[in-house]
Design a protein around this ligand. Structure first.
Ligand code: AHG
Ligand code: MN
Ligand code: MN
Length: 336
């Protein structure tokens, strides 16, 4: 099928804004095009990594005490510059910055808040395994006289848009503004993201589960029993295990093929490892917009009001069949 080279990401956003008759007009479109620019720049660096000095550790640690990779810092800088210069972003918040960055003091000058994980899957950078960028966009609340943090700490249900860019065998941008999920593949010959996955829907059921099983002994009992169910063939639905270690890549596969991704509480991360604001919430919005389900095991991810920018939560996300089965293990903790 000859690709329609006019079916660009920018055109899609514009048409969605028109169809939603959203009051955002071209503002959100302009903001999203800033994210597209940043992801193109980051993607180019990812593609050439072995030839540049962006590999390896930056010799610094982030707010989580995690060793920062050079590409984490580079990607963060690219997003801060591309979004900080959009002219309509009031606050930026990143995994790599302890506190939010105020671009405009006056809310009227910058009505959007953008929260992002500039490079997700850092441990995979140097071994040429897919990594990604995750973003989440909120409207800056009317000046409530509160702190900058209070303007950022909004539940996932308030997201205006969410998405990710996956730097894999191809570079794919997947996003939602609350009206379904669409995917775009970068055509490097013209440097443009073209519509390749229209109206993405997560399969009602899959046959893949994705979890880091090395922590299984410290998972909660319900989770261990759920994992046992996934591994025991039942009504010929034998599940395969796939775990990449980059949330964006593991989720993208789950979105396309169905099944379940889980990052449960562990002894090392009793609250879960993944961060609510720039990993779990955007992923949860995409999952639910595509017909999937995303919970912490106790509540819907999207309903959580963040306590702090870097709050961690457990994440279970996937197809309705596997997620409803998980619920039965949670509700009957003693039943084997
Ligand atoms: P980041 O590179 O942004 O810190 O995210 C890494 C996350 C996520 O991408 C992935 O699902 C998870 O860490 C993998 O954790 P484990 O290595 O503990 O499995
Ligand atoms: Mn991440
Ligand atoms: Mn990261």
């Amino acid at each position: 099928m000859a690709q329609d080279q006019t079916a660009t990401f920018e055109r899609h956003i514009h048409e969605q804004q028109l169809s939603q008759r959203s009051q955002a007009g071209g503002e959100l479109t302009w903001l999203l095009s800033g994210i597209v620019l940043a992801c193109k720049i980051i993607g180019e660096q990812v593609r050439r990594l072995g030839l540049t000095n962006q590999t390896g550790s930056a010799g610094s640690t982030n707010v989580h005490g995690e060793e920062q990779q050079s590409l984490d810092i580079y990607s963060n800088q690219v997003l801060l510059e591309c979004l900080g210069s959009r002219g309509n972003v009031g606050i930026l918040a990143s995994e790599e910055n302890e506190d939010p960055i105020v671009v405009f003091d006056n809310r009227d000058d910058g009505e959007y808040v953008v929260v992002f994980d500039p490079l997700d899957g850092s441990s995979n950078i140097d071994v040429n395994v897919s990594v990604g960028t995750i973003f989440s966009i909120y409207r800056r609340p009317e000046s409530n006289g509160g702190s900058t943090h209070s303007e950022v700490l909004q539940p996932g249900t308030q997201q205006l848009a969410a998405g990710y860019c996956l730097y894999g065998s191809s570079t794919v941008m997947v996003y939602t503004t609350g009206d379904g999920v669409n995917g775009f593949t970068l055509d490097p010959t013209i440097g443009t993201f073209l519509l390749s996955h229209p109206n993405m829907k997560m399969p009602a059921r899959g046959n893949i589960y994705s979890v880091n099983e090395s922590y299984a002994d410290s998972f909660p009992p319900y989770c261990r029993r759920y994992l046992h169910w996934l591994k025991s063939a039942e009504d010929d639905s034998l599940y395969r295990s796939r775990y990449i270690g980059s949330l964006v890549a593991d989720f993208h596969r789950t979105l396309l093929k169905g099944g379940v991704f889980l990052y449960p509480p562990t002894s090392f991360y009793p609250e879960g490892k993944l961060r609510l604001m720039y990993e779990a919430s955007p992923i949860a919005m995409l999952a639910e917009q595509a017909g999937g389900i995303a919970t912490t095991g106790e509540e819907s991810v999207l309903s959580i009001v963040p306590k702090n920018l870097h709050q961690r939560v457990p994440l279970f996300v996937g197809s309705p069949f596997e997620m409803q089965r998980l619920q039965t293990f949670i509700q009957n903790p003693l039943k084997v």
